[in-house]
Design a protein around this ligand. Structure first.
Ligand SMILES: C[S@@+](CC[C@H](N)C(=O)[O-])C[C@H]1O[C@@H](n2cnc3c(N)ncnc32)[C@H](O)[C@@H]1O
Length: 396
């Protein structure tokens, strides 16, 4: 969206077109466009209003009720931090004494909004003119006077007057994800040097970021929302509390911390298996998690934890292990047939097997459901037939 389109959507005619488009969002786009046109809305405005209404509808998952008032670009919404994650980060910055923050590459403003709501004055910079205009409009419609949005290049920013810096570099180019940090925008060499300029720096990165990029002395945090790992954040300088942190949000807030270096004990496959949340695994906190349930691994390289008794935990799914067998398609097929398993959830760690192909090869039939875990035990390919405890089975 360019700034002119945004301005048109904010005129009285644009507001009316958006209100009509919001009622039609989610239905057939062609008939929605025809309805708007037939009520006298010019084609350009009708198209912009319908796009915006659709983006607002999709944004509700990230922004809740605010989405209906905010403006979005497609790329800006995809890259925006969910409000539950941004709000938590902002609260932590405020609690650390941050009163002024530079947000370098603010996108549509999700992190800036959360920071301002926590009582932080935000200087937001955005290189794309349309996106900068959207961020400014969002600050305005949400009544956040403490956000100043400037269209400009973060690499030229004067950072001398701020308490802290936040940077969430773009990791997409022409709609595609980029994995090479040198291709981030702003590029990694600029981003990585920020803590030398402003010690209280927070960097947001993709969950798959290489641990080798963690700045010296920084805290590396992985965040999941309802089991989906959504980001890594590096808390630099005085903002670092611990070497590694896993934060689980959604149904409450749970935090596990540690060094990221500890090794869990290794033993036999036990009667209960825990599949740790992705944030715990990515943060290299499996040993710390295992300690919370008095568990151990069955293979030093595989992040499944086993115990003799089930312990309720927010950090992992727990399954009861019914059968342990060396992997063999024939034996597995026979076992599942004997048990009448027609619906099978397949989990894997340390196995190269393709679950969907295996599912076809197993020729499932029967009324029962089960979970199959494909893994390695002491280096050997192993299948574990399990039943989840206290959770739904995804057998799709
Ligand atoms: C990942 S998005 C930020 C999303 C934001 N944190 C949010 O939650 O809404 C990165 C943004 O940085 C902007 N950007 C990239 N290079 C920049 C630069 N050199 N200066 C300023 N902004 C830049 C991109 O246009 C993009 O909007």
């Amino acid at each position: 969206m360019d700034p002119e389109q945004l301005a048109a959507l904010r005129t009285p005619d644009g507001v009316n077109a958006l209100a009509t488009a919001a009622e039609l969002a989610g239905g057939d786009p062609l008939s929605a466009a025809a309805t708007l046109r037939s009520s006298g809305v010019p084609a350009d405005l009708a198209a912009a209003a319908l796009t915006q209404a659709e983006l607002r509808r999709r944004a509700a998952g990230k922004f809740g009720a605010d989405a209906a008032r905010m403006f979005f670009t497609r790329a800006g919404l995809e890259q925006a931090t969910r409000s539950v994650v941004a709000g938590r980060r902002a609260a932590r910055l405020r609690a650390a004494g941050v009163r002024t923050l530079a947000d370098l590459g603010c996108g549509i403003g999700a992190d800036a909004i959360a920071a301002a709501r926590s009582g932080i004055k935000v200087y937001a910079l955005e290189a794309d003119p349309g996106t900068a205009a959207v961020a400014a409009a969002n600050a305005q419609v949400l009544g956040l006077d403490d956000i100043t949005v400037t269209h400009g290049d973060a690499t030229a920013a004067d950072l001398s007057g701020v308490d802290a810096v936040f940077c969430d570099p773009a990791r997409r180019r022409a709609g595609r994800r980029v994995f090479d940090p040198a291709a981030y925008s702003p590029p990694w060499d600029f981003v990585a040097a920020l803590p030398e300029r402003v010690p209280r720096t927070v960097l947001k990165l993709a969950p798959g970021v290489d641990h080798g990029l963690i700045p010296p002395g920084a805290e590396a945090e992985w965040v999941s929302v309802r089991g989906e790992v959504v980001e890594a954040a590096f808390w630099c300088g005085p903002l670092a509390d611990v070497p590694r942190r896993a934060t689980l949000l959604g149904a409450g807030e749970y935090t596990l911390t540690g060094t990221g270096q500890a090794k869990a004990p290794v033993g036999e496959v036990g009667p209960y298996l825990y599949d740790p949340d992705g944030a715990v695994v990515r943060a290299h906190l499996v040993a710390e998690f295992a300690a919370t349930v008095a568990g151990h691994l069955a293979d030093p390289e595989i992040a499944y934890v086993y115990t003799d008794a089930p312990t309720p935990t927010p950090y992992a799914r727990c399954l009861k292990v019914d059968e342990v067998l060396p992997f063999s398609l024939k034996r597995l097929r026979a076992l599942l047939r004997d048990r009448g398993v027609g619906r099978l959830e397949i989990l894997k760690r340390g196995s190269a097997l393709e679950p969907e192909r295996l599912r076809r090869d197993l020729r499932l039939a029967g009324p029962s459901a089960a979970t199959l875990v494909l893994t390695r035990v002491a280096g050997a390919p192993t299948a574990l037939l399990c039943q989840p405890l206290g959770g739904d089975v995804d057998t799709s």
